[in-house]
Design a protein around this ligand. Sequence first.
Ligand code: GLU
Length: 289
Amino acid sequence: MPPVFRFAPSPNGYLHLGHAYSALLNFDLARMSGGRLLLRIEDIDTARCRPEFEAAIDEDLGWLGIAWESPVRRQSEHLADYRQALEKLSAQGLIYPSFESRAEIASLVAQREAHAPWPRDPDGAPLYPGTAKLLSPDARAGLIESGVPYALRLDMTAACARCGELGWLERGAGPDGETGRVAARPEAWGDVILARKETPTSYHLAVVVDDALQGVTEVVRGQDLFHATGVHRLLQQLLGLPSPAYRHHGLIPDASGRKLSKSTASTGLRELRAEGATPADIRRLVGLA
Ligand code: GLU
């Protein structure tokens, strides 16, 4: 069976050099290994994703000389798949609703931090304090009935207890040089959100379900997602899904050494193209000449 790669951008802005690097690396690795390359549009965040950004992704990737298979999977068209996965986790008793707003969570964390340091996730955000896990079934039902918005969270302690030690094959490297067989540390994220009242999924859940449904065997993506892979391994295990191999690649910094963002015009593919850059120039700029 040929290896299956995918490039999975979110259409919430225009592509920059960092995306070009990831897409070209996926394309090159697929070609070199006689593999397939899929494109997946991660558009579950309907507030930020726009059709014109998706059209621009198509155009920019085509301009770079990248070819991918049809049909393209658009996450917004597959909400039933994610709902089903969520139900599977819920049936295992691993999901609970939390009703606090962001501001309420921040204030709960501040209260705790006044006494002792409070743990943060690998992205630097404070862990959810788990308050809603203590609500009685009646209190939960009452809040849901009265229309209070909620997020559905994974009970991380229970989920980890069910799965034991997990790891993955890292063909690239993590931020601290982790490579080869690496240990998953999903507990570092606490009770992650897997869905919201109005959206039956989240990045973590959708990426895991889609990689499995699309038969992806090689995930090649930026090092900023290295630690998230711990959560992905845990979800794969809980849902009985296979685990691909991972290759986390270095990030292309901007001129001041910071991570690129979609708003950085100076490294946007459209801007570079308008200034006369060729696809070969882009390859050179990201070190893939
Ligand atoms: N959609 C994610 C992003 O644009 C990438 C997800 C992944 O490659 O797993 O950052």
